[in-house]
Design a protein around this ligand. Structure first.
Ligand SMILES: NC(=O)c1ccc[n+]([C@@H]2O[C@H](COP(=O)([O-])OP(=O)(O)OC[C@H]3O[C@@H](n4cnc5c(N)ncnc54)[C@H](O)[C@@H]3O)[C@@H](O)[C@H]2O)c1
Length: 375
């Protein structure tokens, strides 16, 4: 086993990057089998401390040119501050493409994006110079062209890709093939937070089916006050997020061959309330029928810190990628994508996705479920 640092490069120094970077400082040096806030302390011999941020790219004038340790606290970021962080690498000018909508440029200074008037750097060269292992995509929802551009940069630079947003790369066979041809692994698409609305919707849907119920209606309404929610106020940018969120619930029907009736499912971001900042609130209404058609209704409310909720999952996904690479596994990692993302190439039941991840964490990639292409 060749254990060394896992070097990561980050695209998009927004709220999620802020929580992730703070997490590295917050947990630095922590020992033990269980780390509160993390699902797994050790994955294949790698701990959180083994991850190092070596490069970061953004396009906002308040972030580009600053060390990442300062840029994460620049507006419009609003994620909670929970750690004192080192300065880290300087945020470099990325390629804007469709990353910034006109809506976000028209927003008030502390809620919108302000594009820097700087020349973009050569992303592939920076990745190669810094010897990054993984490129993490944290672009705003709706960044189709920009995501494809950075995914291609990862391929050209010969590194793995972790796609945390709902632009379909790992789940798109055409893109997966490009990574396979390059001998690279990837995880995606669209992060599934540790205890967020998606995993809660999924397990409630699974619980209903496992206990013999029919699900007549499943609603998951999300409200938040961070930049991600602001960006999704433009209907055309929101479409892929809604599709990705509904995929999580729909998949549990499809795995079991249960049809999804028309108008029986809604999951998506519903409005932007700046007062909430990084606090996301999700409202669930699930209507079931059980024995003798007896009705059961579940009404629930979930309130989380959106960005912190996603960071631990990314810490895990980074380590799954590194272990997969050492085992010679290429393509979109089935189990880890199903466990950490809303729209993986193959949706799984909770228990199956977890079992695959545990198997990879023990460096066993040749099980029956973990059917993955080897180099
Ligand atoms: N729990 C969660 O927060 C969660 C869960 C699942 C998915 N996601 C997704 O993760 C992504 C990141 O979320 P966030 O809250 O950090 O968003 P954010 O809006 O806070 O950050 C996005 C960053 O990308 C930068 N950017 C825009 N265009 C760019 C370009 N072309 N090149 C480089 N940088 C560019 C922006 O300046 C900003 O700093 C979003 O797509 C979001 O939907 C978040």
């Amino acid at each position: 086993m060749t254990k060394k640092t896992i070097k990561i490069a980050i695209v998009g120094v927004g709220n999620c990057a802020s929580s992730l970077y703070q997490g590295f400082a917050h947990y630095k040096g922590i020992k033990g089998k269980n780390v509160p806030g993390l699902m797994f302390a050790d994955i294949g011999g790698y701990r959180l401390d083994d991850i190092e941020v070596v490069a970061a790219f953004d396009v906002d004038s308040r972030k580009v040119g600053k060390p990442i340790g300062e840029a994460i606290f620049a507006k419009p970021n609003c994620a909670r501050t929970f750690a004192k962080v080192p300065k880290g690498p300087t945020v470099q000018m990325g390629h804007v493409l469709d990353g910034v909508s006109s809506h976000m440029q028209e927003q008030p200074e502390d809620e919108g994006f302000r594009v820097a008037k700087k020349k973009p750097v050569d992303i592939v060269k920076v990745i190669q110079d810094t010897k990054a292992d993984i490129l993490i995509n944290y672009l705003p929802v709706g960044s189709q062209d920009a995501t494809e551009f950075y995914a291609q940069c990862a391929i050209d630079a010969g590194i793995m890709f972790l796609n945390c947003i709902p632009v379909f790369i790992a789940s798109n066979p055409k893109w997966e093939k490009k990574f396979i041809d390059a001998g690279l692994a990837l995880i995606g698409d669209d992060m599934r937070s540790a205890l967020g609305a998606s995993i809660l919707s999924q397990v409630l849907q699974e619980l209903a089916f496992d206990r013999g119920f029919e699900v007549d209606f499943h609603q998951q309404i999300n409200i938040g006050g961070n930049t991600d929610f602001n960006n999704m106020m433009v209907h055309s940018r929101l479409a892929s997020k809604k599709e990705s969120k509904e995929n999580v619930i729909r998949a549990q029907n499809e795995i079991r061959g249960i049809p999804v009736a028309k108008n029986s499912l809604f999951a998506g971001p519903s409005t932007y309330l700046p007062y909430l900042e990084d606090n996301k609130v999700a409202y669930f209404n699930i209507r079931l029928r059980g024995f003798g058609d007896a009705p059961v209704t579940i009404d629930a409310k979930l309130s989380v810190q959106d960005s912190e909720n996603s960071a631990g999952v990314v810490v895990d996904a980074i380590r799954y990628l590194k272990v997969a690479k050492e085992l010679g596994v290429v393509g979109a990692l089935r189990g880890p994508s199903a466990w950490t993302q809303k729209t993986p190439p193959v949706q799984m039941m909770y228990a199956d996705a977890k079992a695959e991840c545990q198997s990879l964490a023990k460096r066993k990639a040749n099980g029956t479920i973990l059917s993955q292409i080897k180099k």
